[in-house]
Design a protein around this ligand. Structure first.
Ligand code: UT7
Length: 332
């Protein structure tokens, strides 16, 4: 029986730092409001002409491959999560595959929003467990800054989101004691329009008209309160599901890596689980919410800072648009 193990982590964030005070140039808001409601102090925005969704993913992947001690030639499949691809189609996985000179190797583009990385990890895990592939490159990458309404009308979403990419190399192992123990995926399309970007929607009478741009369908819409209320329940549920499936309880967890949605959500989940501040990774203060990239960036940073070690029980958990929610339990 094959098991899968994360053998390398990497991340890339653009150099361009945008502080809360910078945002006040475009919208009525304040550093105080943003920090109090979300925990965010600054985020990164891509630089046009320098960063693309796939170039950031490639940089993160190269770092993850180096750290795993392998090259792109050794990778059997790419699973790439993003809601902000470079092109409408084909997906950014194709562009990264070309960059990494992996011609002929399969690529899978998935969406699944803020849960995208955990979904992608689960896909890689199943491929490896089934014996179909031995090495997968799992990526989350987002350029969201170009799709936000940065006027006062869009301030409840514009303040939250940032750009960046994270990647993990997942490889087959025969050792279940150091492997991904389980993944748990959920979705509920009844809430699709609570957090979504409507356009360019194919089912519109005139998908690319100026009227649609003026209507705001090309910007992110979020019902922040509804998302918040569901998130605090579903994070707890899906973490408990992972623990129960493996016969563990909260006190067995060494490290929780939550999707970086809002510091208040992470704090609520941390308190529910009885974990200390040290046991929960929060970098939303510096990077904002980077959707599918947030968990791999947080994991890669935590790994660099020696926040976890071999044998630790690491839990990943996400909630986001769709709605989707997901978790993974890893014995490192
Ligand atoms: O990763 C995907 C998952 N996403 C999330 O998990 C996000 C979940 N939601 C949230 O984090 C919060 O709902 C927000 C941070 C987005 C908003 O915080 P809130 O405490 O729910 O604020 P609100 O939307 O209820 O708005 C409260 C007030 C309103 O003013 P009035 O009507 O009370 O006068 C807003 O107009 O705050 C106002 N407001 C702002 N004021 C200054 C909303 N956005 C801003 C802003 N700056 N950026």
């Amino acid at each position: 029986m094959a098991y899968s193990r994360i053998t390398g982590l990497g991340y890339y964030v653009p150099d361009n730092v945008v502080t809360n005070n910078d945002l006040t140039k475009w919208m009525e808001t304040s550093d105080e409001w943003i920090q109090e409601r979300t925990g965010i102090k600054e985020r990164r925005y891509f630089e046009f002409g320098k960063d693309t969704n796939y170039s950031m993913a490639t940089a993160a992947s190269r770092q993850a491959l180096d750290r795993a001690g392998i090259t792109a030639d050794d990778v059997d499949v790419i699973v790439y999560a993003t809601i902000t691809p470079d092109y409408f189609f084909p997906g950014s996985a194709f562009l990264m595959q070309r960059e990494l000179k992996m011609d002929g190797k399969p690529v899978i583009d998935i969406r699944e929003q803020c849960s995208g990385f955990v979904y992608a990890l689960s896909i890689a895990d199943q491929f490896i467990k089934s014996g179909m592939y031995k090495t997968a490159l799992v990526v989350g990458s987002e350029i969201q800054s170009s799709l936000l309404n940065k006027s006062t009308a869009g301030r409840n979403t514009a303040i939250i989101f940032g750009d960046g990419a994270g990647a993990a190399v997942v490889q087959a192992t025969s050792d279940p004691a150091h492997s991904i123990l389980s993944t748990h995926l959920h979705a509920d399309g009844r809430y699709a329009e609570e957090l979504y970007m409507k356009d360019p929607g194919s089912s519109r009478e005139r998908p690319f008209s100026k009227e649609l741009i003026d209507e705001g369908g090309f910007n992110v819409f979020m019902n922040g309160n509804a998302v918040f209320k569901h998130a605090i329940v579903k994070f707890g549920e899906v973490i408990q599901e992972a623990l129960t499936a493996n016969g563990y309880q909260s006190s067995d967890v060494n490290l929780l890596v939550p999707h970086q949605a809002n510091i208040r959500i992470s704090d609520y989940v941390r308190q529910q689980m009885g974990l200390s501040e040290d046991q929960v990774i929060n970098n939303i203060q510096r990077f904002g919410n980077t959707t599918a990239a947030s968990i791999p960036i947080a994991m890669a940073e935590a790994w660099e800072k020696n926040k976890f070690k071999e044998g630790d029980l690491v839990c990943l958990a996400a909630f986001g648009s769709g709605f989707t929610w997901a978790s993974a339990l890893i014995r490192w």
